[in-house]
Design a protein around this ligand. Structure first.
Ligand code: MG
Length: 208
């Protein structure tokens, strides 16, 4: 506690500053999580690319890129964890340079963006909702492909597949959805860097 001979207002200010610094040090060194969700509909004459690999199927998914909904969900989860916006902002589908782009390339660029911000991906988890084709035989290859780009061993990349039990548009096999979570850990000591960017003084804040 500050010297008790100091005026009360000064002691209060010092106490508050120390509390704020401790909280900032704790928060800025904590892991961050994000979620992502993506959907693409089936279309004839397209390859089915999921989790970074080509899967034998009668048709593939429609999209500006290779329409890999599993990888897109992971990208959105990573961007969400770092509060860097969303996949549509980073890779606009109005950009002709992105037409037909491999989603693994987009994933690599997302990893680079995250690492520039002082974070590294420590794990990802994705659930793919597909009535068909059966994805279980391809899970190991998807984990390996995603892990190679993310710099993660397969035990830190989770890929799960489920059906929609015949319900609704996914149950009718009209498209494939994917949901993902990503966890980032800070690679640099961020305390006070983040705090300088924006001061949050909750002691002064007046709530309605
Ligand atoms: Mg997408």
């Amino acid at each position: 506690m500050p010297d008790s001979n100091l005026p009360e207002a000064t002691r209060h200010a010092i106490h508050h500053a120390v509390q704020s610094a401790l909280r900032e040090a704790l928060v800025s060194s904590a892991p961050r999580t994000g979620i992502g969700y993506d959907v693409h509909r089936f279309a004839p004459g397209r390859k089915l690319i999921l989790g970074g690999i080509e899967i034998p199927a009668e048709q593939g998914l429609l999209g500006h890129s290779d329409a890999d909904s599993a990888t897109h969900a992971i990208i959105d989860a990573m961007l969400g964890a770092a509060a860097l916006g969303d996949i549509g902002q980073m890779f606009p589908d109005s950009d002709p340079a992105l037409e037909g782009i491999s989603s693994l390339k987009m994933l690599r660029q997302t990893r680079e963006r995250i690492e520039e911000q002082g974070y590294v991906v420590s794990s990802v988890d994705v659930v793919i909702v597909a009535e068909k084709p059966r994805l279980a035989p391809h899970v190991a290859a998807m984990k390996a492909a995603l892990g190679r780009v993310l710099g993660l061993i397969p035990s830190r990349v989770s890929v799960k597949a489920t059906t929609h039990e015949g319900l609704g548009s996914f149950g009718r096999g009209e498209g494939i959805a994917a949901m993902a979570c990503a966890t980032l850990v800070p690679t640099v000591h961020r305390a006070f860097e983040d705090a300088d960017e924006e001061t949050v003084d909750d002691a002064e804040e007046t709530l309605p």
